[in-house]
Structures are given as structure tokens and as C-alpha cells.
Design a protein around this ligand. Structure first.
Ligand SMILES: *[C@@H]1O[C@H](CO)[C@@H](O)[C@H](O)[C@H]1NC(C)=O
Ligand SMILES: *[C@@H]1O[C@H](CO)[C@@H](O)[C@H](O)[C@H]1NC(C)=O
Ligand SMILES: *[C@@H]1O[C@H](CO)[C@@H](O)[C@H](O)[C@H]1NC(C)=O
Ligand SMILES: *[C@@H]1O[C@H](CO)[C@@H](O)[C@H](O)[C@H]1NC(C)=O
Length: 244
């Protein structure tokens, strides 16, 4: 009975709500960093959740996560998902793989379909990558003199559209919030195609405990950020870690 056309309809709705603000459906955009928890309400005020279905969409796939109030046990992320008593969807420890659209559909007792809730989840994730000059040793191994590269990626449907046209902005800043592109110690590269911004620097002795943050802003408002701290230069010899 579930109509196959939900998917194409949803695609159209999303596109039109991106390009204009006139479609009847409200897509809520949520920006979050990997590792955080997210809770999304279903919006309707019902006494129970037996008519609640949460569906996840990405690319051409649609997966029911919660069907009529019952969590599916065979979905990839089922262990991290739960249904709140108010029918909200909770995702624990969000990963970069969780980006995409989530819709909640509910019916009244009489069977009347209520307004769907539609959420687009955008996930910010930072990962260290080994620099070309280093050997094949662990990519998180750090010490003064070594070059480190941190890649900050926004996982998002239509990410390039957002960044290009809708005032979404990725930035590396230091502890006091200063844009690191202004500091010649850092090479900052931004790629619109990949929606990522990488920071590369050669570590100095006084970089121990230094913190860098990758920030995501939307129309000049901070949405989320990920911090990286350089840790443990003093323990000589063994490999050290860059800590989140
Ligand atoms: C979308 O949100 C606006 C503002 O919150 C609300 O006035 C409008 O009724 C909503 N539209 C739908 C279809 O839910
Ligand atoms: C969260 O997920 C990451 C990556 O999947 C994992 O390494 C980490 O241990 C998880 N954290 C918690 C608190 O479960
Ligand atoms: C941040 O960068 C600015 C400009 O380079 C510098 O003056 C300031 O001391 C830095 N703050 C920290 C905590 O490193
Ligand atoms: C962005 O991501 C792509 C693909 O993972 C990678 O090749 C590239 O080096 C990254 N960094 C920049 C600045 O584009």
C-alpha cells in the first residue's frame, strides 16, 4: 500500500524547498557534528505512537527505520536508534553515514494522514589524514616537526548547492576564533565539490595542547563545530594521538 511515488515526490519537495520557499512542506535542516546525539520530533500531538513511521532517504534508497511504532531490527543503524515517548526519533552517536532525509508520517485514529515532518540531517566530521611527507606510520602519530593534515567534511545532500548559494560556510579557526587562513603557518584548502576544508600545518614545539576548530556557519550563524587538540608531545618515543 505504501506508495512507491513517495520517494520521487520527496525529491521534488526537497528540491523545490531548496530553490524556493514556496512548497507546502517544511523541511527542517539540522546541522550536527559526528559523535553527538540528535532528537527530532514528529510534530503531531497524538496519545500514542502506533501510527508513527520514520523513514530514511538518501540517494535513491528509502528505508523504514520505525514502522507503526516498532523499531525495525534489520536496519544498519538500529542499535543507535530509538523512538521517544512523544514519537520523536533519537539517534545516538551520529556518524557521517547518517546524513540524509528523515520523514515522520502519522495517522489520526480515524485514519486521516497528518502532516509529515521532514528533516534533513547534515553531519560535520573531521578526520586526520597522513601527509605525503610522512612514512607509512600511523596517521595519528604526531611530534614536533611533523606535518599534519586535518580534513573537515560536511556530509550533506546537495551540499555544493548549500555552500555555493545558501550561505553555508566552512572555516578553520583557532581557540580565540580567528580564521586560520589569515595565518601563514597554515595551509587551508577548500573544495566546493567535496564540501570539505583541510588544514595542513607543520607542528612546532609550542603546539602541544593547541586547539583547532572546524566551524560550520549558515548565514553567519554558528551551527556546529568540531575541535581538535594536539596532545602529549612530552611523552617522548611512543606515538601520540590527536584527540577530538
Ligand atoms: C510550515 O511552517 C510554518 C512556520 O512554522 C507554518 O506556518 C506552516 O503551517 C508549515 N506548513 C506546513 C505544511 O506544515
Ligand atoms: C561513536 O561512534 C564512533 C564511530 O562509529 C566510535 O568510534 C565511538 O566509540 C562511538 N562512541 C560512543 C560513545 O559510543
Ligand atoms: C589565534 O590567532 C591569532 C592571529 O594569528 C593570534 O593572535 C591568537 O593569539 C591566536 N590564539 C590562540 C589561542 O592561539
Ligand atoms: C576533500 O575530499 C576529497 C575527497 O575525499 C579529497 O580528495 C580532498 O583532498 C579533500 N580536501 C580538499 C581540500 O579538497
Amino acid at each position: 500500500m505504501a506508495d512507491e511515488c513517495d520517494l520521487c515526490l520527496l525529491g521534488l519537495i526537497i528540491l523545490s524547498s531548496l530553490l524556493t520557499d514556496t512548497s507546502g512542506v517544511n523541511v527542517t535542516h539540522v546541522f550536527i557534528s559526528s559523535g553527538e546525539n540528535v532528537r527530532r520530533p514528529c510534530n503531531n500531538d497524538l496519545s500514542d505512537c502506533t501510527s508513527t513511521t520514520w523513514t530514511y532517504f538518501r540517494r535513491s534508497a528509502a528505508v523504514e527505520l520505525i514502522t507503526e511504532g516498532i523499531k525495525k531490527k534489520d536496519t544498519e543503524r538500529h542499535e543507535s536508534l530509538s523512538l521517544g515517548s512523544d514519537c520523536s526519533l533519537n539517534i545516538k552517536n551520529v556518524t557521517e553515514e547518517d546524513y540524509g532525509f528523515y520523514t515522520c508520517r502519522q495517522y489520526e485514529n480515524g485514519g486521516k494522514q497528518l502532516t509529515d515532518a521532514c528533516v534533513s540531517l547534515h553531519v560535520l566530521h573531521v578526520s586526520p589524514s597522513s601527509s605525503s611527507s610522512s612514512s607509512s606510520s600511523s596517521q595519528t602519530e604526531i611530534s614536533p616537526g611533523r606535518s599534519v593534515t586535518l580534513s573537515c567534511q560536511l556530509y550533506s545532500v546537495f551540499c555544493d548547492y548549500w555552500v555555493d548559494s545558501d550561505g553555508l560556510h566552512l572555516l578553520w579557526v583557532n581557540q580565540t576564533g580567528v580564521d586560520l587562513t589569515t595565518d601563514s603557518k597554515y595551509q587551508i584548502l577548500f573544495s566546493l565539490d567535496h564540501c570539505n576544508i583541510t588544514l595542513t600545518t607543520t607542528l612546532l614545539n609550542d603546539d602541544d595542547n593547541r586547539e583547532w576548530r572546524c566551524q560550520l556557519t549558515h548565514r553567519n550563524q554558528l551551527q556546529t563545530s568540531v575541535r581538535y587538540t594536539v596532545n602529549g608531545f612530552n611523552n617522548t618515543g611512543s606515538s601520540q594521538q590527536l584527540k577530538l
